[in-house]
Write a protein of this length. Structure first.
Length: 145
């Protein structure tokens, strides 16, 4: 399913809208560049786990006092405008392949879900996660630039 208008979006990209990476400002620029692709009619595909990761990041940052509850709510409002398509297949029948990728590339199951989706859709991956990007390159996935 190669389509030039899709990108698999890792949560490490959209989370920069809530919590900029002060230690690595390049990550923020890359995230913004990726998100701006929505203006070019790009659709961001995500595995079902993405929605839980979005909430977990907001919860953790709110509980630690790094962001306010209002900041988190604004973040949820912002990302609701992104052209996100949730891949429901990743929730059910991809468990075995996600597990295999996790073992093969020494990734968490969560990160493997993004890799599996990129491989299955033959779509580029947008991520700030170094380990995930390294595994994706080894697996032949294009990293969105």
């Amino acid at each position: 399913m190669t389509d030039d208008n899709i990108i698999v979006l890792d949560n490490s990209i959209n989370s920069r809208l809530l919590w900029p990476d002060n230690a690595a400002p390049g990550n923020n620029k890359y995230a913004l560049h990726t998100i701006q692709q929505a203006e070019q009619d790009v659709v961001f595909y995500v595995p079902t786990i993405w929605h839980y990761e979005v909430a977990q990041v907001a919860y953790s940052l709110t509980k630690s006092g790094e962001v306010t509850q209002a900041d988190a709510q604004n973040y949820f409002n912002l990302i609701s405008f992104l052209p996100i398509k949730t891949d429901l297949r990743s929730h059910g029948d991809c468990s075995a392949s996600t597990f295999s990728l996790s073992l093969q590339y020494n990734l968490s199951i969560y990160d493997s879900a993004y890799l599996e989706l990129s491989l299955r859709l033959d779509a580029p991956l947008a991520s700030n996660d170094k380990g995930l990007k390294k595994a994706a390159r080894k697996a032949g996935v294009v990293i969105f630039a």
